[in-house]
Design a protein around this ligand. Structure first.
Ligand code: MG
Length: 263
């Protein structure tokens, strides 16, 4: 099931996306069934069904926190000049860094080098603490695409990553939440202006999703809508104003964002 957060006539709704039946006469393939309330708990349609073009897709969640994982693919750890950590390396991105599909990534004046990092994002479905790895998927609502945008120069000079990873617009999420992703088949790519820059597979995570949920929830309570960014494969590189950067997770979809300069 695909769950989106959408704007319709200035109001925000959650919705389930369906493929229209071929003989339905629907003018578009994808239709949107608006939900009553939110998707954390029982999912109930409110009745209205619209074509996808009638709504604007928003970031699929506004998390209370974004827990991100550093150096969780061997090839990316190597390109950063290191090896993966023995335990997951957690850092936080602020909720205010979240943007949705097609929203612009704004390059901050403080940085001269901003990189893309394509990642699979895990969306937590319910409040939890100390989740055993064997039960980790019980607390997952689904998965979406993320871009862990990073001011690489500031990351190097600051010694910790709050500023480099925390600017407004530095966490594109979307285009929707897929609840039934087959992790082992989830290829993960990034492209800049159509040219592929990252080409990995979620099966290659050093610390896998159950391990990340167990580790993170041993530290802090996870709330519905919280997001775990699982790390990025090799191929991170710069984005500049005028670019369009796209993250694709096979089995979910593509998250695209234009890049603009600060004003
Ligand atoms: Mg990252």
């Amino acid at each position: 099931m695909r769950i989106a957060r959408v704007s319709l006539d200035g109001e925000i709704h959650y919705a389930v996306l369906h493929e229209a039946a071929p003989d339905s006469g629907a003018p578009e393939e994808t239709i949107v069934a608006l939900l009553a309330g939110h998707p954390f708990g029982d999912i109930a349609p409110e009745g209205r069904v619209l074509p996808l073009s009638a709504v604007k897709l928003l970031a699929p969640v506004i998390p209370s926190k974004i827990i991100a994982i550093g150096r969780n693919y061997v090839d990316h750890a190597a390109e950063m000049g290191g090896v993966p950590p023995v335990s997951p390396l957690l850092f936080l991105k602020p909720s205010t860094s979240v943007i949705g599909p097609d929203d612009p990534i704004v390059l901050p004046w403080q940085s001269e080098r901003v990189d893309h990092e394509a990642e699979l994002a895990v969306v937590i479905g319910r409040m939890c603490k100390d989740v055993p790895a064997e039960q980790a998927f019980d607390v997952v609502l689904g998965f979406t695409c993320a871009n862990d945008v990073t001011a690489r120069d500031l990351q190097k000079v600051d010694g910790q990553w709050t500023r480099a990873k925390g600017f407004d617009t530095f966490c594109p999420l979307g285009p929707w939440i897929e609840t039934d992703l087959v992790i082992e088949e989830a290829g993960l790519t990034c492209s800049v202006n159509g040219a592929v820059t990252q080409d990995g597979n979620v099966a290659d995570l050093v610390h896998d999703i159950p391990a990340l949920i167990a580790f993170a929830s041993s530290v802090m309570t996870l709330l519905p809508g919280d997001v775990i960014l699982t790390g990025t494969p090799a191929g991170v590189g710069p984005i500049v104003a005028g670019d369009t950067v796209s993250v694709t997770v096979h089995g979910i979809g593509t998250l695209s964002n234009p890049v603009v300069d600060h004003v």
